[in-house]
Design a protein around this ligand. Structure first.
Ligand SMILES: NC(=O)c1ccc[n+]([C@@H]2O[C@H](COP(=O)([O-])OP(=O)(O)OC[C@H]3O[C@@H](n4cnc5c(N)ncnc54)[C@H](OP(=O)(O)O)[C@@H]3O)[C@@H](O)[C@H]2O)c1
Length: 282
């Protein structure tokens, strides 16, 4: 049960952990004070929170000793909630506003209330549910940033039509990348995913959906035979050289979203020089 207002009860229920590791058993149900919004912050009554892979990594100690900044820690950085208090200096929000926020790396999502920077919050349109909104920020922004970095403009008149490839298109980032590129309306979008997700990826707007378990999926080229001007690579575990034959002859850009993606070897970089438009980014 969620407390009716922060002033009626100054404590709230939360889920926290107090050391690295421990998995689900490391998460404790606790009663803690409701945070007071500091300067520039909003206090939200939580409606939904989205657990991202970084939350698991933080608890596992992948970012130790920097993150979490201190223990005990209330995890989950992607939030949706209603504004119940405004910190000093906040403008553009009012009590009762429904918002989506990213509180990275501060977390706080697994609680009845969370204080978040107003600069990292946005009004939630009524047609977007709290659950949908909480799932948006990190995956959708990563997709948007990767598309932009690959030169895939999303406005009409953003250059000539391009062929865009999205790998791991059924995942968190890939589903947004496919939708954004498709909605732009002037790209041919090819997407790779597992066989069970081909229909999902087509329903998101992919013009060609390839099962990565087939030869054409592994070759990253569909029946149309198109080569790609821009690649948003959300997959893991295959080498950059796999893209080379699938890139447009005039040059193509591959942008990887994985923190583990390796840069091309120096010899691969030399391919970039001989085809000036061909490059790799992370
Ligand atoms: N999620 C985020 O907020 C976020 C933010 C920044 C960076 N990233 C990075 O972006 C990458 C993707 O993250 P994600 O959250 O989208 O992952 P995810 O939701 O776990 O999805 C991974 C996808 O990979 C697909 N896959 C597995 N093997 C494949 C292959 N050989 N070829 C093509 N697809 C394959 C799976 O497809 P099937 O299920 O169809 O088999 C699955 O849908 C990761 O490296 C992550 O670290 C993620």
């Amino acid at each position: 049960m969620v407390s009716s207002s922060p002033s009626s009860s100054r404590t709230m229920r939360a889920v926290q952990y107090d050391k690295y590791g421990g998995g689900a058993e490391g998460l404790k149900h606790v009663e803690v004070p409701i945070p007071s919004p500091k300067k520039g912050e909003l206090l939200l009554r939580m409606e939904a929170a989205s657990i991202n892979r970084v939350d698991w990594k933080f608890q596992n100690g992948k970012a130790r000793p920097f993150l979490p900044g201190k223990f005990p820690f209330t995890p989950v950085c992607e939030l949706a909630g209603e504004v119940v208090e405004l910190g000093v200096g906040v403008s553009g929000f009012s009590q009762g506003d429904k918002v989506i926020a990213v509180n990275f790396p501060g977390g706080g999502g697994l609680a009845e209330y969370a204080a978040v920077p107003a600069s990292q919050a946005a009004l939630r349109p009524p047609e977007v549910s709290a659950v949908e909104g909480a799932c948006l920020p990190m995956a959708a922004f990563t997709a948007l940033a990767a598309l932009r970095r690959a030169g895939v403009g999303l406005d009409a008149g953003d250059g000539p039509p391009k062929n865009v490839l999205v790998t791991a298109a059924s995942g968190g980032v890939g589903t947004f990348a496919v939708q954004l590129a498709s909605l732009a309306g002037h790209y041919h979008v090819t997407a790779t995913c597992g066989a069970r997700n081909l229909d999902l990826v087509r329903s998101l707007g992919a013009d060609e959906a390839l099962d990565y378990g087939t030869p054409e999926g592994a070759a990253l080229r569909g029946q149309s035979g198109r080569k790609h001007d821009a690649v948003v690579h959300c997959g893991e575990g295959f080498p950059w050289s796999a893209f080379e034959p699938a890139l447009a002859d005039a040059g193509g850009v591959v942008v990887g979203t994985s923190p583990r993606a390796s840069r091309p070897s120096p010899s691969r970089c030399s391919i970039g020089r001989s085809s000036p438009g061909r490059s790799w980014c992370r």
